[in-house]
Write a protein that binds this ligand. Structure first.
Ligand code: BES
Ligand code: ZN
Length: 885
């Protein structure tokens, strides 16, 4: 491409990393908020790092420079230079004071990065990660510059709460109905962890006593009148604090921990030191407006941001290529937390499903990159499923390989050795080598090689020698700029089952290994021989999903059904069911392709019969887990198994199968529904009740595919409206797919009931954007113009446009109208909020996976986008997706 735009968007390379020439030890920041602008005074104590340079180069974008003083003397215009991204101060000494005043316009900031005014909350707030601080003042905006922050905020008293990081050290009145507050953060931090909030909130308060008897004040700030919706968040915070003490020995370190919920926020939440800023959707919950999933997500996101206090804040990243050092690690910690708190099997299923539906396609597509990327144009594009979720899987493997005790030792050493420093992934791996005595050279490939490894397994049983041999072959497909891959270290947790479903003792090299063992693959081809195997076993492989790979073993249908019933590993039971269903669904798509009559396989129905007639009736049944067992693989995951994603056939096959299952088991679904449906029970966030609700609602979702049961859905909808959003939403989602007046009626009632609750309106938009009735796209377009939609609010965009992009038959409709609509939206959004625009463009970037006609239409849209003036965010994704392979 010789476009002008390529010249403007230059990549940054890991190999070019240099330590900063200057360091900032202290920053005294004073932010004066006025109606139309803010004045930012920054006093920096600057010192040369090692060798002394002469020019100081600060980052700054979109700033109006008012004045600049060095050691108290105002600089003249020939002593410094301002570009659109930098401030260069010429010939500075080795140690000096620099005072800079800038003027900014938070109300004009629609990108929601830096200091901005959040319209829906009527508050000022900041988002500085990754590079937002440079939109507030000139600074060394890199994570390896750690400073002690003192922040004074002044504002009109209509903003009673003035908050920043650390401890409040002074506050008081000012003339003209104004006031001020000064905050001091005793911990040195990079500027991406800076935060400031000014607004009028309701506040809920509580305390936490740490394991060493330190009292911490906990405060959650929410929009006025919503305090009753913050109790679950508060409870989640305490659970997270307790868990991190018990599991990793990590204690909180300040006297106060604040969380502020904001309605206009690009991300889910942000871990600013002592002052987390959250999207309202991960704080606010009450039974009539939040579902079980919402409650679970709040627990996990509150945990995530809290855990960052150590993994990210106390020990931070040297540069943004190390992002997974904090994000992968913190995802690993929050996943472990929710597994421990809620359910090991179900949470693992959720996490693996997310990995396969988002990270695997990313790893197989034009934007594939390693967990530690080596180049980027726009860092915001690298907060990816690979950096986050694959990064978390890599740590889980490390824990599996080292064992929990040694891994924990490594974590302890990591936190103590690097406390207060900005470090690298290499530093982390080095520590794990130190504590384990292992050589992790090969393991490091997980950080540098992109692509999902594929492991083929075959076996051989010899009844004369009583040996059982497993043969493994690993490969990893080429990805952009990485044609050839080396074999990796892959832990395969496994067991063997005899014909009655009992676990068989594992003997390797004449040593007894117990009933479960983790094999470590290191070679391209590898063989493992088990001894004293008295009968031909069925292998259970990759238990609890012990590595982020695609494993293939040629199970017979019978073997899959057998493991589905008997495997001791709950995750693998679910997995075998998914594999069984996947085979059948893929066959159905083939039949549709060939125009053959469709038929349900008997074995498949037998699986459902067993679940519904036997397991569901056992006294010890886990209904949460059972509801996962009832679900078919998603259209997205089915598509991932195909060379060319047959959008319409996949949809038709899945609809057919669900309908057949519903018909066949209608009576028993209905019995279970009745047995687990309680009108009187008050909503509680409790695992047993969640299980009941999820299971009952899975039954209802099947039943609602049958015309006779639409009324049942409507009845639940009406009864649950205003009381229980879990039950309301499932019923509404079912009605939403019916070509019936009930659909309109329910959607109207829902909107009328909740039109003043922003988060519930988001659900209303997302449900309609997931509709696959024939006129869905025109309805989505109408919603785009509806007063409830607001393109400036990220949650609204995620709800409507995000859900539309994940609605395969509507987005990929053959006339290309879906592509055209998305491209138009992206272009409009890019002018306002490039980060959100970049997130929305993603579905188009996967164009190579579709048939020729769709490919051409998608490409056309991408190329047209490239010929407009794009942010570097959108430019990077669009241009990379069009690059020749
Ligand atoms: N540090 C991130 C927030 C962030 C992400 C800032 C991208 C700037 C750019 C935070 O810890 C985070 O990861 N948030 C997630 C939620 C989390 C539970 C996965 C988010 O916002 O999606
Ligand atoms: Zn994070």
């Amino acid at each position: 491409m010789s476009d002008m735009s390529t010249i403007a968007h230059q990549p940054i390379y890991l190999k070019n990393y240099r330590a900063p020439h200057y360091l900032i030890d202290d920053i005294n920041l004073s932010v004066d908020l006025f109606d139309d602008f803010a004045m930012v005074r920054s006093s920096l104590r600057v010192r040369a790092n090692k060798h002394h340079e002469t020019d100081l180069i600060l980052n700054g974008e979109g700033l109006e420079l008012i004045s600049i003083h060095l050691e108290g003397r105002e600089l003249t215009s020939n002593e410094y230079e301002v570009t659109d991204q930098l401030l260069i101060v010429r010939h500075v000494p080795a140690n000096f004071q620099l005072d800079i005043v800038t003027k900014i316009y938070p109300k004009k900031n629609t990108a929601l990065s830096g200091l901005y005014y959040a319209n829906t909350s009527g508050t000022y707030c900041t988002q500085c990660e990754a590079e937002g601080f440079r939109h507030i003042t000139y600074y060394l905006d890199h994570p390896d510059v750690l400073a002690k922050f003192t922040t004074t905020i002044t504002a009109d008293k209509k903003y009673p709460h003035l908050l920043s990081n650390g401890n409040l050290t002074a506050s008081g009145e000012l003339p003209n109905n104004r006031h001020f507050a000064t905050w001091e953060d005793p911990f040195k931090k990079p500027c991406y962890l800076f935060a400031l909030v000014a607004g009028d909130f309701d506040l809920i308060e509580s305390q936490f006593t740490t394991q060493s008897n330190h009292e911490v004040a906990l405060r959650i700030y929410v929009e006025k009148g919503l305090a009753d919706q913050a109790t679950h968040a508060m409870d989640s915070l305490k659970r997270a604090m307790r868990w991190d003490e018990g599991t990793f020995g990590r204690e909180y370190d300040l006297d106060i921990y604040m969380i502020v919920a904001i309605g206009d926020f690009n991300m889910g939440a942000m871990e600013n030191k002592g002052l987390n800023i959250f999207n309202t959707k991960y704080v606010l919950a009450k039974p009539e407006t939040a579902t079980d999933d919402d409650y679970i997500n709040i627990l996990s996101v509150i945990g995530h941001e809290y855990f960052h206090n150590w993994s990210g804040n106390r020990v931070t990243c040297r540069d943004w290529f190390q992002l997974s050092l904090k994000e992968g690690l913190t995802i690993f910690r929050d996943q472990s937390f929710t597994e421990d708190e809620l359910s090991h099997a179900v949470m693992r299923i959720h996490d693996v499903r997310a990995l396969r539906e988002t990270q695997f396609p990313e790893d197989a597509g034009p934007l594939a990159h390693p967990v530690r990327p080596d180049a980027y144009i726009e860092i915001n594009n690298f907060y990816t499923a690979t950096v986050y979720n694959k990064g978390a899987e890599v740590l889980r493997m490390l824990q599996t390989i080292l064992g929990k005790t040694t891994f924990r030792k490594g974590m302890d050493l990591y936190f103590s050795r690097h406390d207060g420093h900005a470090v690298t992934i290499e530093d982390f791996v080095k520590i794990m080598e130190d504590v384990s005595g292992l050589n992790l050279a090969q393991f490091r490939l997980w950080y540098t090689q992109a692509g999902t490894p594929r492991v083929e397994v075959t076996d051989h049983y010899d009844d004369i020698t009583e040996t059982y041999t497993l043969h493994f072959t690993q490969t990893c497909p080429p990805t952009p700029h990485q044609a050839h891959k080396k074999p990796m270290t892959i832990p395969i947790k496994m067991g063997l089952l005899d014909q009655s479903g009992q676990a068989m003792p594992l003997v390797l090299h004449q040593k007894m290994q117990g009933l479960e063992h983790t094999l470590l693959l290191t070679e391209e081809k590898q063989e493992v021989v088990f001894q004293h195997v008295t009968t031909k076993p069925t292998p259970s492989l990759l238990r609890h999903f012990s590595a982020p790979i695609i494993l293939h073993y040629p199970y017979t249908d019978e073997a899959l059904r057998f493991l589905f019933q008997h495997d001791l590993d709950a995750f693998n039971r679910w997995e075998c069911g998914q594999q069984y269903s996947m085979r059948q669904l893929l066959q159905l798509t083939q039949s549709i392709e060939k125009g053959n009559a469709l038929q349900m396989n008997e074995g498949w129905l037998a699986i459902y019969a067993d679940l519904l007639m036997r397991e569901a009736k056992e006294a010890t049944v886990d209904l949460f887990f059972l509801s996962e067992m009832l679900a078919l693989p998603s259209e997205k995951y089915i598509g991932e198994q195909m060379q060319t994603i047959a959008v319409d056939n996949i949809h038709a096959a899945r609809v057919f199968a669900r309908l057949e299952i519903a018909k066949k088991f209608a009576d028993v679904f209905y019995q279970h529904y009745q047995a687990n449906h309680t009108h009187t029970e008050k909503y509680k966030f409790d695992m047993k009740l969640i299980g009941q609700r999820q299971f009952k609602n899975s039954c209802l979702a099947y039943l609602m595919l049958l015309p006779n049961y639409a009324e049942l859905g409507m009845t639940q909808f009406k009864a649950a409206l205003k009381h229980n959003m879990t039950d309301t939403q499932v019923a509404l989602a079912g009605l939403n797919q019916l070509d019936s007046p009930l659909r309109e009626e329910a959607l109207r009632a829902f909107y009328e009931t909740y039109r003043h609750d922003a988060l519930v309106v988001d659900k209303w938009l997302a449900i309609q954007a997931s509709c696959y009735l024939p006129n869905a796209l025109s309805q989505i377009k109408a919603l785009y113009k509806h007063p409830a939609f607001d393109i400036k609010n990220p949650n609204k965009v995620y709800a409507l446009i995000g859900a539309f992009g994940r609605n395969p038959t509507v987005f990929h409709q053959k006339n290309g109208e879906g592509y055209l609509f998305l491209a138009d939206v992206v272009r409009e959004l890019d002018q306002l909020n490039p980060q959100i625009a970049a997130r929305m463009v993603n579905p188009l970037t996967q164009w190579r996976r579709y048939d020729a006609a769709r490919q051409a239409l998608m490409r056309e849209r991408l190329e047209a986008l490239l010929h407009t003036s794009l942010s570097s965010d959108v430019f990077e994704l669009v241009s990379k997706s069009l690059e020749e392979k």
